[in-house]
Structures are given as structure tokens and as C-alpha cells.
Design a protein around this ligand. Structure first.
Ligand code: PMV
Length: 301
């Protein structure tokens, strides 16, 4: 295996969208940050076909297998001009939960295959893998996974770092896995049909715009309120589920300033902003049977 120094560099961070999911696909701003959980890879030469093992997600695939992870791995190997490698990944991110697990995996693999790449070159390589998971990703997950920090993301301008302190958040997991591609396609159908969906996309974009100002001026109560309103807009867009709504309610009762689903919805995770009351909110979620943890938005690679 590679040296521990190399292994520790071959990491991809998870991410949390504070405000702006789905609307970001339509060109609006999203406010998001990298978190202190992710994927780390080590690799060594392989005798036979290239192989990728992720024991934490019970994944063990070879190039050529009919599996989305195998297809992404294959695409990354081709783009990196590598073959016959044995990659082993470790992760503390839940899969398919809206926390950027596929992007973190692609960034970690890209870094392990091509430790010489940084910046845009690394982002472009990792995106080749991410595109195998999501049909039309905005690119926000890979950008944050590579760069870390907190930032504003738009499809046209990419990631713009925000100079603001890191932010503790409580994450609650619904335990329901879902596909981002399917959720994005569902929203696209409703937007094309006209009606309310388009208005909700606009509303989410406006909330993200206001969230950027609230974050920069440290107005956390305002930010919490915007998050809760964004959850309402995502509900109206049809991407929430009962477990997410319940967790948002529980977090509010336990003293959170605001809470919302994060990511594509349909399952996955919710986040709560509860300065100074994070352990109480986490415990309230756990007492209702949900997995929950405290994380920091704004982690650096
Ligand atoms: O993959 P997720 O659940 O973190 O969702 C990504 C956020 C979306 O805006 C729904 C899709 C995208 O590509 O930005």
C-alpha cells in the first residue's frame, strides 16, 4: 500500500448544502460547505483486473462489473490513464444520503490515482466519475469535496469561497437511500409541466441569496429562519418525505434555530442549526430512533 502520508492526502470530503439544492441545477446560487467526514483511498498495483473495495458500504467491484460504482471507477481509471490497480476506500459518510458521498469517493480515487493533480485538473478528473452517478450534476459536490471550506456555487461560475467562520450543524439521517438523478429528474418533470414547481425553484434561489448575506454578517437566527423556509419550499417542490419532516419538527422542538432537508431529498439527511444546543438536538433525534451526528461545515482537505 502507499505510504500513510500519501494515503492521508487521497481524501475527498463530504458536503452539506445549507440553502439552494435543486434551484442550483437551474442556475441559482447555492450556499454550501465541505464537512469533516469523507472518503480516504489507498491504492497498490494489482496482478489482475482493477478492483475497488469499500468495506464500509459493503462494496467490492472490479472493472467491467454491472454496478454504478464499477462504471465510475472504470471511467476514472481511463481518464487518469491508469490500469491494474487495487483501490481500498474507507469512509465515515453514509451512502446516498445527500452528503456528497459519490463525489467524495470520486475525489479520493482521483487523488489516489493522480496525486500530481490539484485545483481544476483534479476537479475535472473527479467529475468524470461523478457523472456516472448523476445524469446532470451541478458540480457542487465535486467542487466542495476538492476545495473544502464554505462557498457560493453556481453552475456558470463554479465555487466562490466565502470568508466566514466554520459552522457546527446537527445531521439527522432518515435511513432512506435515494438516487439524486431520480430526484432531479422528478423535479425537472414538474418544472416542465409549469405550475408551482417553477415558483418554488425561484423561491429557493431567493432564500439562498439571503442566506449568503446572513452567513456573512453572522446573523444565525436569520439564517435558521431561512433554512426552515427553504424546507417548506422543498416540501412544496415534492422532494421531502415524512421522516425528514418529522426530524425537522423534532429539531425545532429541541431548540434549533432552523432545520431543513439537505441534498436531493426523497430520503437522505436533514440538517439543523442549533448554536450551543447541538448535543440536545442530536439526542432528541436519536431518542426518536434516527441516527444523528454533529459535524462542522467548512472543513478543509
Ligand atoms: O446528491 P445530493 O443529494 O447531495 O444532491 C445534490 C443537490 C442537487 O441540487 C439536488 C443536485 C445537484 O446536482 O446540484
Amino acid at each position: 500500500m502507499t505510504s500513510p502520508e500519501h494515503a492521508s492526502r487521497a481524501r475527498g470530503l463530504g458536503k452539506i448544502i445549507l440553502l439552494g439544492e435543486h434551484a442550483v441545477v437551474y442556475g441559482h446560487k447555492a450556499v454550501a460547505g465541505a464537512i469533516d467526514r469523507g472518503v480516504a483511498c489507498e491504492q497498490e498495483p494489482s496482478e489482475g483486473a482493477s478492483r475497488l473495495r469499500i468495506p464500509d458500504w459493503r462494496i467490492d467491484v472490479q472493472v467491467g462489473d454491472e454496478h454504478p460504482v464499477a462504471r465510475a471507477f472504470d471511467a476514472l481509471l481511463s481518464a487518469a490513464e491508469c490500469s491494474k490497480v487495487d483501490v481500498r476506500a474507507r469512509t465515515d459518510l453514509p451512502a446516498a444520503a445527500g452528503l456528497g458521498s459519490s463525489a467524495a469517493l470520486c475525489v479520493a480515487i482521483a487523488r489516489s490515482l493522480r496525486p500530481d493533480l490539484t485545483g481544476d485538473a483534479l476537479r475535472v478528473l473527479a467529475s468524470v466519475g461523478e457523472e456516472c452517478f448523476h445524469e446532470r450534476p451541478s458540480g457542487i459536490d465535486v467542487a466542495l469535496s476538492c476545495a473544502g471550506g464554505i462557498g457560493i456555487f453556481t453552475r456558470s461560475a463554479g465555487l466562490h469561497a466565502l470568508a466566514c467562520p466554520s459552522l457546527p450543524l446537527v445531521v439527522g439521517l432518515s435511513g432512506v437511500q435515494r438516487s439524486t438523478a431520480a430526484m432531479v429528474a422528478g423535479v425537472a418533470g414538474r418544472v416542465a409541466d409549469g405550475g408551482q414547481a417553477k415558483a418554488q425553484i425561484e423561491r429557493i434561489g431567493t432564500l439562498a441569496e439571503a442566506g449568503q448575506q446572513a452567513l456573512l454578517s453572522g446573523k444565525l437566527e436569520l439564517l435558521g429562519g431561512l433554512m426552515s423556509e427553504c424546507h417548506q419550499a422543498l416540501q412544496d417542490l415534492g422532494v421531502s418525505i415524512n421522516a425528514l419532516d418529522t426530524m425537522v419538527e423534532v429539531a425545532g422542538e429541541a431548540g434549533a434555530l432552523g432545520a431543513k432537508l439537505t441534498g436531493a431529498g426523497g430520503g437522505g439527511a436533514m440538517i439543523a442549526l442549533a448554536p450551543g444546543r447541538e448535543p440536545q438536538v442530536r439526542e432528541a433525534l436519536q431518542s426518536r430512533g434516527f441516527d444523528a451526528f454533529i459535524t462542522t461545515l467548512g472543513a478543509t482537505p
